[in-house]
Design a protein around this ligand. Structure first.
Ligand code: FAD
Length: 435
């Protein structure tokens, strides 16, 4: 079967959505609400679907999450709202993500005007980076009447939503619809513009700044052979695939290193751009993989050979090009600490794989930037207080670039962007807590 970049999971029909919403027990102290990092009133929006009041349902979601369609698709619901729902008397949890997606699709294609009426003020705020954190912060401020400009270094808005997550998982139409809605709120965007000086921004009339620049530095295993032709970094590979899959040449046998979302996306994308055989090598055991369940299942269903608990030792080369990978089976010294320095190599358990390309997808780190000059950082991440303000007054941050105990997800970035937007509004209104 030829795999394509078209989304395979269908959107619920209205009948399916209403029937699914009708299964909801409308629990008194709804556990699903506690499972949403963005603070959506899940119970209420499901109830509105049950009574076919779709517009109200969408309004309820948008109060807390400006990317309802995107999050309805990419949220790791099995560890969030749906996990909480599985603690109720229901035998299977309500398909909350699918319901949210249904209502977003329905309302975006409806003819009525979705943008609220906004009373504008003349205070200018700048948002640096247009990923989910930046978009959410910009929307929150625009809804409150501020004049918001997003500066984005790429030619398209959306951050990882546009250039990272592949289209078979997140249709770009959904991303564009939601960005268009945010633009209709009055948010302006300057694309292809790198910001590397806070002073320049603050001296050009902007009263506050939000930094949502994400993680731009690729990480590598640091093994011999990484300079060979055919070694590619995961996010870079996905970016090329998102730009134009027809232009990507990856070879027939591909080896992916990593066990997270990016690795699974690389493996499944490699199959779609012409690879016939994909091996994935990761340190973790199947139940330790950081990728979300749905992504692991997709990779397995599509025939990716997942080699768990293997540590790459070196990339094999021939005539300056990748020819394969050597790895070794490992165990953990301390259980639960899934890092290379905690691995014990099991003697005599070598694995040799043949391949034309190696995609390293083992994570990203903060990219050092002049933008962070004078701001408090830890391991390259920005440090913020409970109001999302950095060590510099008037400069706020959120999303992947901040030090956080929460997981790095789209919905978490949306939640932090909104929280920062609220805090910036309070700061600009001279709220006493910022004095
Ligand atoms: C391949 C991949 C798949 C993922 N899959 C999922 C998933 O299924 N579900 C999920 O919840 N999460 C997923 N994630 C994680 C999620 O995408 C991130 O947590 C989220 O995008 C972080 O949002 P952000 O706004 O902080 O940063 P980003 O989305 O990285 O956006 C940052 C933006 O800032 C811009 N920028 C950077 N520096 C500057 C500068 N100096 N000036 C101007 N602009 C700048 C960048 O170009 C970029 O557009 C995935 C991540 C990747 C890489």
């Amino acid at each position: 079967m030829k795999l394509s970049f078209k989304e395979t999971k269908p959107v619920m029909t209205q009948t399916q959505a209403v029937l699914e919403a009708s299964r909801c027990l409308l629990c008194e102290d709804a556990p699903c609400n506690k499972g949403c990092p963005a603070g959506i009133d899940v119970k209420k929006f499901i109830r509105a679907i049950k009574f076919e009041n779709f517009r109200h349902s969408m309004d309820l979601i948008k109060e807390n999450n400006i990317l309802p369609g995107v999050c309805g698709i990419v949220c790791p619901r099995e560890v969030l709202c749906e996990k909480e729902c599985s603690n109720t008397e229901l035998s299977t949890p309500i398909k909350i993500g699918d319901l949210q997606r249904f209502v977003a699709e329905k309302e975006y294609t409806a003819k009525h005007k979705l943008s609220p009426t906004i009373k504008k003020n003349k205070t200018k705020v700048v948002v640096i980076g247009s990923g989910p954190a930046g978009l959410s912060c910009a929307a929150e401020l625009a809804t409150r009447g501020f004049e918001v400009t997003i500066f984005e270094r790429r030619e398209r808005l959306g951050g990882v939503l546009t250039y990272g997550i592949p289209a078979y998982r997140l249709p770009k139409r959904v991303v564009k619809q939601e960005i268009n809605y945010i633009k209709k709120l009055g948010v302006k965007a300057r694309k292809g513009t790198v910001v590397d000086s806070l002073d320049d921004v603050l001296n050009s009339g902007f009263r506050a700044v939000f930094i949502g620049v994400g993680l731009g530095k690729p990480m590598f295993c640091g093994i011999p052979g990484e300079k060979l032709k055919g070694v590619v970094e995961g996010v870079k590979f996905l970016e090329e695939v998102n730009e134009n899959p027809k232009k990507v040449v990856i070879g027939e046998r591909v080896i992916v290193i990593g066990g997270g979302s990016v690795a699974m996306d690389c493996a499944c994308s490699a199959l779609r751009v012409g690879a016939r055989h994909v091996d994935l090598v990761c340190l973790e055991a199947p139940n330790e993989l950081p990728a979300f369940r749905e992504e692991i299942e997709r990779a397995q269903n599509e025939g990716i050979n997942i080699h768990t608990r293997f540590m790459p030792l070196r990339i094999i080369g021939k005539d300056g090009k990748v020819a394969g990978l050597k790895a070794i089976k490992i165990d953990w010294k301390i259980p639960g600490r899934f890092l290379p320095d905690n691995a014990v190599k099991i003697k005599g358990s070598n694995l040799t794989l043949v391949g034309d390309a190696v995609i390293e997808a083992i994570g990203q780190a903060p990219e050092p930037s002049l933008l962070f000059k004078g701001l408090k950082t830890r391991r390259g991440y920005l440090v913020v207080n409970k109001d999302m303000m950095t060590s510099k007054k008037g400069v706020f941050a959120g999303g992947d670039i901040i030090i956080s105990k929460e997981g790095r997800t789209v919905v978490q970035s949306v939640a932090e962007g909104k929280k920062a937007g609220e805090a910036i509004a309070a700061y600009l209104k001279n709220s006493s807590k910022f004095k």
